[in-house]
Design a protein around this ligand. Structure first.
Ligand code: LRH
Ligand code: MN
Length: 424
């Protein structure tokens, strides 16, 4: 469904005077507020095509109705999010969950919603029904060369789909590993995976990247072959400049210092980007910033500091993507909340008094260093982010608009109560 601009206008008109008061108060102490708003307007987060339905948990699935049952409907839903927050201008496809049948039609549909195609994702963690060889014992690591060949071929096909759609990167996440000690020769598994990735790397177009996503564990696993940032970086360094390490926030062992990992990958020029989500225990794929908002802020602090140190463009030089799954919440409302949390953390990081922080760090004045960060984090910047949405034609209150316009009810009327989305 397409959201009429006039509906957003009417909605904003009702909220405008209260917003203007809040914005004036928030902007009072920010010298270059327009520069920051322009940075927010330029910043977009890609929405995963596999997170537009209610995937549930491994034990139960509780679909909410009106889910997108085709790639076209998924593009419509991401278009709807983008119309409301003007910060979701890209979709990341997962193959074969979302194979584009007609590239031209899919591209023009996406363009009509002002959407681009971000990184494409391969899938050698499931056996497809018409597949010759099984990935039960892994894919790129497999002891059988024919299985590795099949997985390499799949990744090359995914790149071809991406090239047709204007994507510039492939994300490779492998559920390869072992379930029991002794099952796997770690060295051989690493070497097989490297040789397989080398063939995928060789198939990359000149201006493409391969993002190597690591993950510490899956239920039932004793080892993952790309288990942490060190292993992913080892692959990326051995492969070459087009290979980078992708950080999924939910893929770390408990209490990992993710902001430090981000700082070092960025320093090395080997940070691909992110799969943003939040988690309490495992890879919970929960709403961004819902459990550990201060960690998200600390990660963006390292990102802004590190990107500015390298003269990088905040909006385009890293892959900004969400990777979530939904169970008890409306997928679209959940994604609106996740994008909001990312924009708030980015705004906070842009507001940090770097001079004061650097001086405190250089003089080991721990208290002042903490105060600089915590005072910024405790500053309410919601009106700044709302102003950026307003200036780019979005809604002042996306969730409010979604509820007021009964969007989910309309989608259920159009698509039915039992339409199910592919993906998680
Ligand atoms: C693995 C992962 C990966 C995707 C999948 C849907 O947990 O984060 O990024 O391929 O989720
Ligand atoms: Mn991920």
């Amino acid at each position: 469904m397409r959201i009429e601009k006039s509906k957003i206008q009417d909605h904003n008109d009702k909220l405008l005077s209260a917003h203007k008061r809040k914005f004036a108060f928030a902007a009072e102490n920010i010298p270059d507020v327009n520069k920051i708003i322009n940075q927010l307007v330029a910043f977009n987060v890609a929405i995963p095509s596999w997170a537009l339905g209610t995937g549930g948990t491994r034990f139960g699935r509780f679909p909410g109705g009106g889910e997108p049952a085709s790639l076209e409907q998924k593009i419509e839903d991401v278009g709807l999010l983008h119309a409301l927050n003007q910060s979701s201008g890209a979709i990341s496809l997962h193959i074969p969950w979302d194979i584009p049948e007609n590239y031209q039609e899919i591209k023009s549909l996406a363009t009509s919603f002002d959407l681009k195609f971000d990184a494409v994702n391969s899938n050698t963690f499931q056996d497809q029904k018409d597949q010759a060889l099984s990935y039960k014992f892994g894919s790129l690591q497999h002891t059988n060369h024919a299985v590795r060949k099949q997985a390499i071929q799949h990744n090359i096909e995914v790149i071809k789909h991406g090239v047709e759609l204007g994507s510039k990167a492939i994300t490779v996440w492998l559920s390869d590993g072992s379930s029991y000690p002794g099952q796997l020769n770690f060295r051989k598994a690493f070497q097989n995976t490297l040789e397989s990735l080398e063939e995928i790397y060789a198939a990359l177009p000149e201006d493409w990247k391969v993002f190597i996503e690591y993950k510490c564990a899956e239920p039932n696993f004793y080892s993952m072959t790309v288990g942490d940032w060190g292993q992913s970086l080892l692959f990326a360094n051995k492969l070459g400049p087009k290979a980078k390490t992708l950080v999924d926030l939910g893929h770390h062992l408990p209490n990992a210092n993710i902001e430090q990992i981000v700082a070092l990958l960025l320093m090395e020029g080997k940070l691909a980007g992110f799969h943003f989500n939040d988690s309490k225990y495992g890879d919970d794929d929960l709403t961004v910033g819902a459990i550990k908002p201060y960690q998200l802020f600390l990660i963006f602090n390292e990102l802004v500091e590190g990107m500015d140190a390298r003269g990088m463009n905040h909006a385009t030089d890293l892959g900004w993507m969400i990777d979530a799954s939904h169970n008890v919440k409306d997928p679209l409302e959940d994604l609106l909340q996740s994008v909001e949390a990312i924009m708030l953390s980015y705004t906070h990081a842009l507001l940090i008094d770097r001079e004061k922080l650097n001086a405190a760090q250089d003089s080991n004045d721990v208290v002042v260093a903490q105060e600089v960060l915590q005072n910024t984090f405790r500053t309410d910047v919601r009106a700044i982010v709302a102003e950026a949405r307003l200036r780019s034609g979005g809604s002042l209150d996306p969730i409010g608009f979604f509820r007021e316009q009964k969007i989910r009810e309309q989608l259920i009327t159009q698509r039915g109560k039992s339409s199910i989305a592919t993906g998680l």
